[in-house]
Write a protein that binds this ligand. Structure first.
Ligand SMILES: [Zn+2]
Length: 164
């Protein structure tokens, strides 16, 4: 109980994270200063748009970061972005969406380890979701934007073309 209560409070930290936005297919570094149950706050040298969806990778190992384990990746949506006095630097507050684990593709030699949605086999990393689906970062971030009960439900809706 004690642990749960602490988990729900905001934790002040100083942890490097990597993010990928705009499907650039490359990571950029940022520093996360604050994390809560469903959100986080970090500073970046890139500007974000409100409502924007993107992919976050939590670097390993993460001292003082027990509160968000066991996942090491998540999709996020930007709640706000403010320019700081230091240029170029932006404070970004995000809502955490789906979480996942990252696998290096070459580390696991099974043919299922390509994206189960787009079947892209060229990427370096795949994410494994809570529902045991393997997805590329783009598909994972995209599916996080859909408002379904589960990721599998989202994929089903996507497959039958029923996406709003
Ligand atoms: Zn994909």
């Amino acid at each position: 109980m004690e642990r749960e209560r602490r988990f729900q409070g905001r934790e002040n930290i100083n942890v490097p994270i990597l993010y990928e936005k705009d499907r650039q297919d490359s990571y950029h570094q940022a520093i996360m200063y604050n994390v809560s149950m469903d959100g986080m706050y970090f500073e970046s040298n890139q500007m974000f748009s409100q409502g924007e969806y993107f992919f976050i990778k939590l670097k390993d190992p993460l001292p003082g970061f027990e509160s968000v384990k066991p996942y090491d990746a998540c999709a996020a949506q930007v709640k706000w972005c403010k320019k700081t006095k230091t240029d170029p630097s932006y404070k970004v507050g995000v809502k955490r969406l789906l979480k996942a684990e990252i696998f290096k593709k070459e580390a696991v030699e099974t043919p299922t380890l390509c994206c189960e949605l787009c079947a892209n086999t060229s990427m370096q990393e795949v994410v494994k979701t809570d529902e045991q689906l393997y997805l590329c970062r783009n598909c994972f971030t995209y599916l996080s934007q859909l408002h379904g009960k589960t990721l599998k439900a989202n994929i089903n809706r996507f497959m039958v073309g029923n996406v709003i």
